[in-house]
Design a protein around this ligand. Structure first.
Ligand code: XMP
Length: 530
């Protein structure tokens, strides 16, 4: 098969209409930093949503049978040369519409209204007064605190439209012709406290959507779809123990039972107890026929003498594929390969006007398998956001240790040992890391830790224990708070916790004699050290 043919086969498992059983709202992305957030808020209101680039053709939108369209905000002005424009089908097709900020400007500009630059850019909290009762403001108070972020605003209403709310700076803060709405403010951000209620009004009272997008319904629907796609064939899945592959495994197993073959590779670069936990959950509790591959020697053999982080990543990625392919041949044939791809990855690959982000680190993980494997793909989570994946995991009765798992890099502890990776160093790091996680877990969710771990440094330092001089390794503790790992701040852990971590590591991990705390945020640092 040629690459093209393989790519086509790889697409076969992914339906054009993602989840036909759910009412769908299409969010058109005009480049706002909040576009994904809008899509998530719609989901939180119990309605399925799809985020598409602003210039998507109606032929691609129509199969989704959208019950409503939301136009996102965006950084442009409608007067900018080359600014994203309103697709002609928006006016042609009679679908309920909500234009947010730039979306509202586009609507006014495209019809016969007028948009002008405001005297000054408005950014921050504002209060709007509802001037006309309508479905959008149903059951909301006459005055609302909202979040504004705009340069332009609408100064003349298009024919057939009424002003429905005003603010000090924007006399036309919202407009409507009964079926189409434009709002100058951002209901999707938390700074608009009743924004969720307003969105819900649009979804339920204007678009008449059913609010049945729940984890339970998703599971039922996904199980049916997986059965339909896979038929009597067999599916291979790389189980890493992370949230995504674990939830994908549990879901596919529910659909097709033992025709799913999950492969778990112990590459020796896992955290303390990790391999055991995966076996415990999937093999014993779920009764899956887990293929457990002990490939520790292979990986460590290839990592011998390697100190460059990118080289480590490449080796771990390549070796993983080799081991995985060997297992596929051994236990095959498999017609399908399952992957835990999530919606943000799908959005990113189709986003408009994005230059490929500068490569800072090459990320290798189970999801990074090459596109030319001879399988069709099953990606049952490709329309879910991370928090939805967690909800589905809970619905499938996966334990909290799996569902609430911190992200863990594909190359594992190899990128948390600075310098060469050896068995001895892995043991030191595993022991120190377990202490860090145990102590920080004690603080509970309120500590706001997104990720925490230990890093083993290639530095020796003098110490004293009892009457003896010691000369051992230095370990760094990293704990960060973050929303999405794109930016992160170091967590202000309580000093008592830091003291306990330090005491315990130096006392319990023979070979580490000094502990330091990493107080760098991202940027300028990254979360991992390598
Ligand atoms: P950085 O270090 O780039 O990490 O700030 C951002 C997030 O990504 C995780 N990470 C990886 N995940 N393969 C992965 O699957 C990798 O090679 C990799 N490197 C970093 C990191 O743990 C953090 O959550």
């Amino acid at each position: 098969m040629t690459h093209m043919e393989l790519a086509r086969v790889a697409q076969a498992g992914n339906e054009a209409v993602p989840l036909p059983e759910f009412d769908t709202i299409v969010v058109l992305d005009f480049g706002s930093q909040y576009s994904q957030l809008i899509a998530r808020r719609v989901r939180e209101a119990g309605v399925f949503s799809v985020l598409l680039p602003w210039d998507t053709e109606w032929t691609d939108v129509a199969p989704l049978q959208p019950k409503g369209i939301i136009l996102s905000g965006g950084p442009a002005s409608v007067y900018d040369p080359g600014a994203p424009s309103l697709p002609a089908w928006i006016i042609r097709e009679d679908v309920p519409l909500l234009g947010i900020c730039y979306g509202m400007h586009l609507l006014a500009h495209h019809l016969d209204g007028e948009v002008e630059p405001a005297a000054k850019r408005e950014y921050g909290p504002a209060t709007i007064d509802v001037t006309q009762s309508c479905a959008l403001f149903h059951d909301l108070p006459p005055s609302l605190d909202v979040w504004m972020s705009h340069g332009d605003h609408v100064t003349r209403l298009p024919s057939g439209f009424l002003g429905i709310a005003s603010s000090h700076n924007a006399p036309i803060a919202a407009m409507s012709d009964g079926r189409r709405f434009g709002i100058q403010f951002h209901p999707e951000v938390v700074h608009t406290p009743l924004g969720r209620d307003l969105l819900r009004n649009f979804l339920v009272d204007v678009c008449h959507c059913r609010t049945d997008w729940t984890a339970t319904h998703f599971v039922d629907s996904a199980v049916r779809q997986i059965r339909k796609t896979v038929g009597e064939n067999r599916v291979l899945l790389g189980l890493s123990g992370g949230v995504d592959s674990s939830v994908a495994a549990a879901l596919i197993h529910r659909a097709i039972g033992d025709r799913l073959t999950p492969v778990f590779v112990d590459n020796g670069l896992l955290r303390l107890g990790e391999a055991e936990l995966v076996r415990e959950v999937f093999d014993r509790a779920f009764g899956m026929k887990l293929i457990f591959v002990d490939a520790r020697d292979r990986f460590l053999g290839r990592l011998q003498g390697i100190v460059d982080p990118e080289e480590k990543r490449k080796i771990v990625g390549d070796e993983f594929i080799r081991v995985f392919e060997a297992q596929a041949n051994l236990h095959g044939p498999f017609e399908f390969l399952a992957q835990g791809t999530l919606y943000p990855d799908v959005i990113e690959s189709t986003a408009p006007d994005t230059n490929a982000a500068v490569k800072i680190k090459s990320h290798h993980n189970v999801g990074g398998l090459p596109a030319d494997l001879p399988f069709s793909l099953v990606e049952p989570l490709r329309y879910l956001f991370k928090d939805e994946v967690r909800d589905v995991g809970r619905t499938l009765a996966l334990p909290a240790e799996i569902v609430d798992r911190q992200p863990f890099p594909g190359p594992g502890l190899a990128v948390r040992i600075i310098g060469e990776v050896t068995w001895e160093e892995l043991d030191l790091l595993r022991a120190a890391d377990a202490i860090v996680r145990e102590e920080i877990d004690e603080l509970g969710q309120s500590a706001g830790v997104w990720q925490c771990f230990a890093v083993l440094l290639p530095v020796r330092s003098v110490g004293v224990m009892g009457d003896y001089r010691t000369y051992g390794r230095v370990c760094a503790v990293r704990a960060v708070s973050s929303e999405d790992a794109m930016t992160a701040d170091w967590t202000r852990l309580p000093f008592d916790t830091l003291a306990r971590i330090s005491n315990r590591i130096v006392n319990e991990v023979r070979g580490i004699t000094r502990v330091v705390y990493d107080i760098t945020s991202k940027p300028p640092a990254t979360i991992e050290w390598e």
